[in-house]
Design a protein. Sequence first.
Length: 193
Amino acid sequence: MVQPVPALPAAFPALHAPHASILKDGTRVLSRPAVRADLDEVNGLYRRCSAESRRARHLTHRSEIRPHEWERMVDVRKAITLLTATTTTPDEVIAMTNLIETDPPGCAELAVLVADAWQRRLGLGTCLVRYAASLAVLHGYSTLTAEVGATNTRMLAILRRLDTSVPQNTSSTVSITVPLPVRHAHHDEKQRR
Ligand SMILES: CC(C)(COP(=O)(O)OP(=O)(O)OC[C@H]1O[C@@H](n2cnc3c(N)ncnc32)[C@H](O)[C@@H]1OP(=O)(O)O)[C@@H](O)C(=O)NCCC(=O)NCCS
């Protein structure tokens, strides 16, 4: 019988390679795993975001990421955090993507924050959600979840395209569950041959 691969606790080698994407206007961006020393850059992103965007990301008023939260976001045993910058201005973070392991086992919660100047129809949020979903599969997660504001049409549109049925909202937030394809050990074995 084919056994699903359990979630991988350690950072996967592929995760360390920056992931390149080209936005709809031709801008080249790289998304790389965050490290503990990146907190100032991340809070720079938060300062460049509107209060509305930060609220949409956290579903509450937020002005920054606190050190104890950051520790959790960069703990590679339970989280994957990606920072995105353009290839021309690599020091300015324009987006952060978080996958954080949650209960029950095999679930990872997804959240994305794109700086206001980079939002809307350039496709950055779409690229990041798709890449995060592929990383979640690679790490053996079976389910992606997201808590999204009921009026957040952009994020809901992105998630809808991940082969998920977005439930009708019954409150101010929508809880999304995306089943992920299971990575099978025998398939990986075949790939290696
Ligand atoms: C939600 C968010 C991640 C989306 O990222 P983005 O880069 O702005 O989105 P994209 O450019 O990929 O657009 C996604 C889709 O939303 C829809 N969309 C984009 N702009 C829109 C607008 N002005 N009006 C209505 N729909 C719009 C479209 O369907 C679009 O895709 P398409 O143009 O290919 O059809 C980003 O706006 C963001 O960070 N917002 C604040 C934080 C947040 O809401 N996070 C999500 C909660 S976890």
